[in-house]
Design a binder for this molecule. Structure first.
Ligand SMILES: [Zn+2]
Length: 382
């Protein structure tokens, strides 16, 4: 009998490099890296190596391991970064690294080792995308840190320096993919990726996030339904701000009513699923209530869309997810869904969490009505 990973659609090619663990964000109160002087026990910054160590180990030793094929990542060249970021911004980061590091913006700390890790995250994501584009596999997962989806062309934000997913999307476009769709399910608005393609009609960016609004000068975007893109890109940035407490059923409703029809109309050549396990019920940085069941279903739906429109070509890029145990479990569940494994391989150790989806349904329905009037992709619908 063939092993589960023998065909490219029943296997996930995971791209990873342990050098990304060298990004040390320090300890303090939450993500400040500051000691207030009155706490005996200081916590690690939420974006710490432990969370990713568990993601690696659960894929290596968990029940999904036979479906995973491992590939060693590589650092990006500076020239690779300029397809998405401005030269001035990259210079600023290089200089910060040469000076021994600094806090670039709130919670976003470039320490010695951080820049090398950032180059590895970007390069490893590019390698995963190239693997698909070159026809070596259909489904690739870039298991990377520091995360990237808040990094804008000229601005670091929210623990992110380089927009790993954005750089990979640009590679797909430059390699002849006419249209790329990025679906971001991290609990925070994928503002950096949105900003990078805000004036493009070749890239459909969709973000499902909690309704957190702007959080300061590094994150001026609000993530509202009204931020639809500009110029040619108008109607190709779709924000789905979901009420706090939205869980498995609310996310499923939003996927069915908003995301699936948008992708069906757009018809991308390749899909990028931008994942964060900080939408889980137990995340310190989020107020949503997804469990492993919800992640599994979203993985399944995105896979189905990739099969229908993209000949199965799907890049998955890691973003946030800060509960050191549950993030790994939710990742496992997401990839089970992507693989279309019929029944769960791994049971949920800490769900159940209550969910009242009525408010989410109301919000999703109102977004759908708004899109019908404002978004060409939806207005054409009969
Ligand atoms: Zn996040």
């Amino acid at each position: 009998m063939a092993s589960p990973a023998s065909s490219s659609s029943s296997r996930i090619d995971v791209f990873w490099h342990e050098g990304m663990l060298k990004h040390d964000t320090g300890v303090g109160v939450f993500d400040t890296a500051m000691d207030p002087g009155f706490l005996d026990v200081l916590e690690k910054h939420p974006e710490n190596p432990d969370r990713v160590k568990n993601m690696v180990s659960i894929l290596k030793r968990g029940p999904i391991s036979p479906y995973i094929s491992w590939h060693t990542g590589r650092p990006a060249d500076i020239s690779d970064l300029l397809s998405f970021h401005t030269p001035e911004y990259i210079k600023e980061l290089v200089q910060a690294d040469e000076a021994g590091g600094k806090m670039i913006c709130e919670g976003t700390i470039l320490n010695p080792g951080s820049w090398d890790a950032s180059l590895l995250a970007a390069g490893t994501t590019l390698m995963a995308m190239k693997h698909i584009l070159d026809g070596h596999g259909k489904i690739a997962y870039a298991l990377v840190r520091p995360p990237g989806h808040h990094a804008q062309p000229a601005q670091a934000d929210g623990y992110c320096f380089l927009n790993n997913a954005g750089i990979a999307v640009q590679l797909a476009l430059d390699s002849g993919c006419g249209k790329v769709a990025a679906i971001d399910i991290d609990v925070h608005y994928g503002n950096g990726t949105a900003e990078g393609f805000y004036r493009s009609d070749n890239v459909l960016t969709i973000s499902l996030h909690m309704n957190h609004g702007s959080w300061g000068p590094s994150h001026p975007q609000q993530g509202t339904v009204y931020e639809l893109g500009e110029d040619k890109g108008f109607g190709f940035n779709l924000n789905i701000p979901l009420p706090n407490g939205t869980g498995d059923r609310g996310y499923e409703y939003a996927m069915n009513k908003l995301v699936v029809p948008a992708i069906q109309k757009f018809k991308p050549a390749i899909m990028v699923m931008v994942i964060g396990q900080d939408s889980s019920a137990f995340d310190p940085n989020g107020r949503q209530c997804l469990t492993m069941t919800g992640y599994r279903e979203m993985g399944r739906k995105v896979r189905k869309l990739a099969d229908e429109h993209c000949d199965g070509r799907l890049l998955i890029v890691q973003e946030g997810g800060y509960h050191v145990t549950y993030s790994a479990y939710c990742l496992h569940a997401t990839l089970e869904g992507v693989l279309n494994i019929p029944s769960p391989l791994l049971l949920d150790p800490i769900a159940y969490y209550p969910e009242d989806e009525a408010l989410a349904v109301k919000v999703v329905d109102s977004i759908k009505r708004y899109w019908k009037d404002s978004v060409p992709l939806f207005g054409e619908e009969s």
